[in-house]
Design a protein around this ligand. Structure first.
Ligand code: ZN
Length: 291
């Protein structure tokens, strides 16, 4: 991968919009400060050279610079939220759209329903304490109806460890094959990017049981045991996935910040840079890209 230096010239393209967004934030900040005299106010002013689609800070108090919008519809993908909160970092949106297309290619008619990401400029959005830096995305589970047909509408059903939707008649169940395929794809194709897939303990149990039953790779199951997680400080996530991505390598130098844990299989950019700096050929490639 040759990321970082070569992407910086693209930064200028969104600078005008960005100045406008920053001014809007500064104005709102000033109003809040006036209403609450004495309150501190720290409007975010991105470096004007920051490339569009860069995640800055961490998911709970960060920002997004000219977020990339997930489309209404794409191959294997439907967005079920309005457009205001559908912006992510370049890398997050790339992973979500590729994963949806991959699933649709593998499973005819598969549709990944995509919910909230972040506002175009990041920051607090209603209903979420995170989702501020373009690295969080809500996805609905793949489900099946009683007759075995795939459910195609975007519905928030709560599921237990038995894979059945709670209190729904006629019954709806998790499509464990497709749900595991989603998790497996994320963990095998994007192991450097996926930090968490928040789901309830019940759904995690159902997914891991399925993975073991179909002979999934032990290394992938081991990653899943870490990454699939019921958060302690929010809803149990028994009706949707919340996927959190690490900072992309490019974004680290612009102030993107990860919170722990960094899983043992994840290599950070500074590891690669530290290694490359001892080798002139690798340093040249890092600085100039592939010539
Ligand atoms: Zn979420």
């Amino acid at each position: 991968m040759h990321r970082g230096v070569s992407s910086r010239p693209a930064a200028r393209s969104g600078a005008g919009r960005r100045r406008g967004a920053a001014a809007g934030r500064a104005a709102a900040c000033g109003l809040l400060a006036a209403l609450a005299a004495g309150a501190s106010c720290t409007a975010f002013e991105p470096d004007p050279l920051t490339p569009a689609g860069t995640s800055v800070g961490n998911p709970n108090d960060g920002w997004l610079v000219d977020g990339v919008a997930v489309p209404d519809r794409a191959a294997g993908l439907r967005s079920y939220r309005g457009r205001d909160h559908r912006h992510g970092s370049r890398r997050s949106v790339e992973i979500v759209t590729e994963t949806a297309a991959w699933l649709a290619e593998r499973y005819e008619g598969a549709v990944l329903h995509v919910g909230d990401l972040s506002a175009a400029a990041g920051g607090k959005i209603p209903g979420h304490s995170s989702h501020r830096a373009g690295r969080d995305v809500d996805l609905l589970f793949f489900t099946r109806r009683a007759d075995g047909s795939a459910a195609t509408s975007a519905r928030f059903h709560k599921f237990g460890a038995d894979g059945l939707a709670v209190g729904v008649t006629p019954p709806v169940r998790l499509d464990l094959e497709r749900n595991w395929a989603l998790v497996e794809h994320l963990l095998e194709q994007y192991p450097q990017d996926v930090q968490w897939i928040f789901v309830s303990r019940g759904v995690k149990t159902a997914l891991v049981s399925w993975a073991l039953a179909v002979g999934a790779a032990p290394a992938t199951v081991e990653r899943a045991l870490s990454v699939l997680h019921q958060p302690a400080d929010s809803l149990p996530h028994d009706d949707h996935y919340h996927v959190r991505f690490y900072c992309a390598a490019d974004d680290l130098s612009w102030g993107c910040a990860d919170r722990p844990p960094i899983w043992p299989w994840v290599r950070r950019t500074f590891d690669r840079v530290g290694h490359a700096a001892t080798d002139d050929a690798a340093l040249r490639e890092l600085a100039l890209g592939e010539l």
